[in-house]
Structures are given as structure tokens and as C-alpha cells.
Design a protein around this ligand. Structure first.
Ligand code: GCU
Length: 464
């Protein structure tokens, strides 16, 4: 066959070329628009960040965090022998130096001190008189997931904005209940994404896609006769500093900047989870005393914050939560406090947290990740992480394990079993004999490959 030489003249008719040029132009405009959006987002974030630094009156400049790029000259440490020695605040010593030796003293005195420190210095306090949320069912359908009949309901939690009508917050929640049940069921709620009609259809939670070794999580829960729910964090509060004057944080502040002790995004997402819990308490198909909370990465941090601050949640499944989640911040391995306090991530926390990457250091923090895990006691919490070969070392698997190890004393004081070892286990080993559980699976940045282990462990508490 006679091939024509490749030249503009044989690409097609003039019309086709014009269509192609238009498409290229549109593509270019879209890319540029995204760039402009990103620029303006960064500009507004920087404005908010600067406002907070000024309110705090910081004298020292913000220290930059290490890089997550392992070949960068300032790469984060991923070498265990280079981890410095550090000493952790003891959750079982009261602010006036007393050793806590009884359940009563933990419950009546010490626990609230830890809550206060975590609130004031890290995650922020909730404003008083937060507006009410009214849940409405938007749609309901009977469907199947892998042959399990399920009734799925889409709900919207409309936040009362009569105090400031410029900001409208509508919390998106999907609830799936096995159709055949005649009793109220336990369920696990994930911080994630909903396909239709809300959200971005191309954005599925990592655990949805990344579990090639196991049936998907919803299917596994339904097989057990349990339900599932998905709560959309961005419908509660946007995930950037530029959004702090919108969402529920902005609504409570009537569109103004935050004060240094006020809540950050993780706490706002956790507040949304608590509002979903209010809904579960009113749903006759759901057993609100058996609700689990699950999430991965920043949503893993949010799941841990939810579990720690709202004692109605029965079980936690905390996926690859890393720094700001279950990972000990004082360990110089992977992500550091300086990264969390940077303009890219500070919005997850209260303003006061910035001090620890400027005038103060991580050693000045009155708490660390184990304090947050300890607040979950006596309720059971499962700390999950993936393989360092696949998910990398930024999340610091051992740091998360140690978050569980150092919280264990509080569990034991309350008559529960902690992790039971301080030796980091081999990949795949399930440390699930106690109320603090840990497993490093062989997959990536997802809870996916740990679901079956989690469900087996949860069955001990929720029954079969
Ligand atoms: C970044 C960030 C982490 C976070 C993660 C995520 O890597 O440094 O702290 O967990 O994003 O949520 O995707």
C-alpha cells in the first residue's frame, strides 16, 4: 500500500483541522483556568496563613519541613538508626505531677486535661452554639452489591445558616443497610466520596480501588449483615486554608478569620461525623451503639480525631494516618510537624499549632499522637498501614505502631488490653488480641487489604 508521507496536508480536511485547533485551544484554556484557580487558592490561603502568624505574634520564621521526595537533598529521614531519642508526655501523669493509678482519676481528672491540651494546641476547640443540622433523605434505592441486597439512602444534613445566610453547608451522607435485616445493624462509616448524584464521580476513595486482594469493603460488610456509610468531608469543610472562611468553620465565624484556638479542618470533619451519628441515633435500622469510623490518610487522621472526641463511636479503623494522626510527632522519620504547620496543611489544625514550627519545637507540645489514641480508650481502635515498598515511608508505619504502644497504658488502666508488645511486627502480622490493634498489610496507601482482618477483630465486639 502506498503510504502518504505524514504532513499537515494529509491530517484531514480543513474543517477537521479547525476542530482540532479549537479542541487544543479549549484544552489550553482549561489548563490555564485550573492554574488561575490554583493561584487564587494559594493567594487566599497565604493571606489566611499570614493573618494567623500575625495573630500569634510569632518571632521566629516558620521552619520548613523535609521533602517527601526521597531523592531530594532535604529528604525526610527514613533511616531507623537516625531516629533521635525523645521523651513523650505521659498521659498518666496529671498536670500537677500526680501519677494516675485509678480509672476514676483518669475519667474524672486526667482525661479532660488531655482533651484540653489536644484541643488548644493541635486540633482546636469547637465554637459555642454551633448551628443545628437537619437531615433529609434525598433519595432511596434498593440495589445489590455482589448479590447482597442493600437499601441505599442518600441524605443531606442541612446546617442552619440563619445567622449568616452567605454560607450554605449541606453535609452529604450515603447509608447502605442490608435489605433483609429485621434488627438494627452495626455499620462502618467511611470518610470518603459518593458517586452519584453528589461529588466528583471520578474520585473514589483509595480503599475502593486499591484492594485487589480482597472483596470491596461494602461487600464484606454486607456479607456480615452489617451496613456502611460514606460521609463526604468536603461537604462539611473545604480541604485548604483558603476555605477556612467558608464551610462550617466559616459559617460559625460569619465569614471571618479564625482565632488561634479555634478548630481546624480535621475537627470540623469530625464534627460532621458526630452529626451523622446524631442521625444514626434516630434511624431505627441502625444500632447507634455499634458504629465504626474509618478513613485513610488525612481521612485516617479525621477518623482518629472523631473517635477520640466523640465517645459514642464504638470502633475505629485508622488507615495510614501518619503525622497529625497516629504517628508519634517527636520521631524524626517521614513527615514532620513542620510539614503539618506549613501553608499546605496547617488548615487541618488550630492556629496555635503553628507555634511548634516557629518559636517552639515539637518537644514543647504537651501531647503527642499517643495522647490522641489514649482518648479512644476503652473503646477499641485498629491502626492500619500499608507496605513501605508501595506506600512509601512518609506515613511512618513504626511511628503509628508506637502511637498505639504508648497509648496502651491507658487501656490497661481501664482494664483493657493494649497492643501487648513494643516490638514492631513483621508485615502481615495481625496484632489483634487487644483493644489497640495494629496491622501492616502488603498493599498501598489504603485500608483495603486490612478490611477482612478488621472485620474479624470487630466481630469480637459487635458479635456475628
Ligand atoms: C500528604 C500529607 C499527609 C496526608 C496525605 C493525604 O501526604 O503530608 O499528612 O495524610 O497528604 O491525606 O493524602
Amino acid at each position: 500500500m502506498n503510504k502518504k508521507p505524514l504532513s499537515i496536508h494529509n491530517w484531514g480536511t480543513t474543517a477537521e483541522v479547525l476542530v482540532l485547533l479549537c479542541l487544543l485551544l479549549l484544552f489550553d484554556i482549561k489548563v490555564q483556568a485550573q492554574g488561575v484557580n490554583r493561584d487564587s487558592l494559594n493567594r487566599v490561603t497565604q493571606q489566611d496563613y499570614d493573618d494567623m502568624k500575625q495573630k500569634l505574634g510569632l518571632k521566629a520564621a516558620m521552619r520548613p519541613g523535609p521533602s517527601g521526595n526521597t531523592s531530594a537533598p532535604n529528604a525526610a529521614n527514613t533511616d531507623e538508626p537516625k531516629v533521635r531519642s525523645y521523651s513523650l508526655p505521659d498521659p498518666l501523669i496529671t498536670n500537677d505531677g500526680k501519677k494516675v493509678t485509678s480509672k476514676g482519676v483518669w475519667e474524672e481528672e486526667r482525661r479532660s486535661q488531655v482533651v484540653l491540651d489536644l484541643e488548644t494546641e493541635m486540633y482546636g476547640t469547637l465554637p459555642a452554639n454551633l448551628p443545628a443540622v437537619t437531615w433529609q433523605v434525598v433519595s432511596e434505592k434498593d440495589t445489590t452489591i455482589a448479590n447482597f441486597a442493600v437499601t441505599e439512602r442518600l441524605l443531606v444534613g442541612k446546617v442552619d445558616n440563619s445567622s449568616y445566610a452567605d454560607i450554605d453547608v449541606q453535609i452529604e451522607l450515603l447509608v447502605g443497610i442490608p435489605s433483609a435485616v429485621t434488627v438494627d445493624v452495626p455499620l462502618v462509616m467511611e470518610f470518603g466520596f459518593i458517586r452519584w448524584p453528589f461529588g466528583n464521580p471520578s474520585a473514589e476513595p483509595a480503599s475502593y480501588f486499591m484492594s485487589p486482594y480482597e472483596p470491596r469493603w461494602k461487600q464484606q460488610l454486607l456479607a456480615k449483615g452489617w451496613g456502611y456509610a460514606v460521609l463526604v468531608p468536603s461537604s462539611i469543610q473545604p480541604d485548604h486554608g483558603a476555605g477556612l472562611r467558608t464551610g462550617i468553620i466559616g459559617l460559625a465565624n460569619k465569614g471571618e478569620f479564625r482565632a488561634p484556638e479555634q478548630w481546624g479542618v480535621l475537627r470540623a470533619w469530625a464534627w460532621g461525623a458526630s452529626r451523622a451519628m446524631d442521625y444514626f441515633e434516630s434511624d431505627p435500622n441502625v444500632d447507634a451503639s455499634r458504629i465504626g469510623i474509618e478513613g485513610t490518610s488525612r481521612y485516617g487522621k479525621a477518623a482518629l480525631v472523631t473517635m477520640a472526641f466523640d465517645e459514642r463511636f464504638s470502633l475505629g479503623f485508622i488507615g495510614s494516618s501518619g503525622a497529625g494522626g497516629a504517628s508519634i510527632l517527636r520521631r524524626n522519620f517521614g513527615e514532620q510537624i513542620e510539614n503539618l504547620a506549613s501553608s499546605a496543611e496547617y488548615h487541618w489544625f488550630c492556629g496555635n499549632f503553628l507555634k511548634y514550627a516557629s518559636d517552639l519545637t515539637v518537644d514543647d507540645l504537651p501531647v503527642d499522637a499517643h495522647s490522641l489514641v489514649a482518648l479512644c480508650a476503652p473503646r477499641s481502635v485498629f491502626i492500619s498501614v500499608g507496605s513501605p515498598f508501595i506506600e512509601g515511608q512518609w506515613v511512618d508505619a513504626k511511628g503509628m505502631f508506637l502511637g498505639g504502644v504508648h497509648a496502651s497504658a491507658v487501656y490497661e488502666l481501664l482494664g483493657k488490653k493494649g497492643l501487648g508488645t513494643s516490638e514492631f511486627p513483621k508485615m502481615g502480622t495481625a496484632l489483634t488480641s487487644g483493644e489497640v490493634a495494629f496491622r501492616q498489610h502488603a498493599g498501598g496507601h489504603s485500608t483495603g487489604p486490612n478490611w477482612s482482618t478488621w472485620i474479624a477483630w470487630a466481630s469480637r465486639y459487635w458479635g456475628h
